[in-house]
Write a protein that binds this ligand. Sequence first.
Ligand code: NAP
Length: 263
Amino acid sequence: MYPDHSNRTLSWLLAAGTCEAATEAVASSLVLVAAVTGGNRGIGLEVCKQLASNGVTVVLTARDQKRGTEAVSILGKLVLSNIVFHQLDVSDPPSAVRLADFIKEKFGKLDILVNNAGIAGTITEINNPETFRQEVFSGEELKQELNNIDKLSEHRLDELSELFLKDFKDGQLEHRGWPTEGGFTAYKVSKAIMNAYSRILAKEHPWLSINCVHPGFVQTDMNFQVGDLTVEEGAKGVLMMALAPKGGMIGGFLNRTEFASFV
Ligand SMILES: NC(=O)c1ccc[n+]([C@@H]2O[C@H](COP(=O)([O-])OP(=O)(O)OC[C@H]3O[C@@H](n4cnc5c(N)ncnc54)[C@H](OP(=O)(O)O)[C@@H]3O)[C@@H](O)[C@H]2O)c1
């Protein structure tokens, strides 16, 4: 994500006659750097472990300093020393800026970002109720709208998120056609909007490989450890995407380890 300054650094080091330092600079520029959100437990922790085992330098991030440093120390006991901690709360933009500054300063680049952090519930806070478009749509229309990547915009996704929060507060979810069957409506809607946003980003930045992964039903705290899959199995698709050669799939979706359609 950051410009690669390694060539400039290399010529400077060679000019200074410091061959040993130059060799080190080349070696470190070849090592991939990854950041994982929500890396302190569950699938995120496993992804950190497996990336580090594959020789990737990992920035394990967590919203809580103590939980994050404990996770790094657990992985350190497995002799994985290529993991560092940095605080990140994905709902706090200044913490994202601090993380970006840290990565830029320490590594000068970021090769892999695993946006894993998530919760199963929602907070009902509404910023601008007057700005909502008053409309009634069915679940099918919503699916089609989110799948129409040529028309979809970031602005529309913001509008849909706010509309959802308003309908949630007003007890109008079912009436307005949000996916209420089986519960976890906020979770489903947030994932659908996040996936749609990823597709917009993938279209806008085709030089980056931006993709989505559904890990399957995995045994983690999120589902009180009742999932069908182990975290190792759940992390497989994420690792497939993260370690794929540059220029691979763009704007795609993996259902566990199989390519699938978004809708
Ligand atoms: N498990 C499944 O069956 C399943 C299925 C489909 C998709 N997923 C998705 O996979 C991802 C990982 O889930 P999981 O099952 O591993 O859940 P988990 O064990 O509950 O872990 C969730 C992680 O996200 C972190 N997190 C939550 N809110 C955050 C925030 N605002 N900023 C930074 N980190 C935050 C948590 O940190 P704290 O420890 O501080 O709470 C925790 O590290 C989620 O996006 C989930 O929706 C899971």
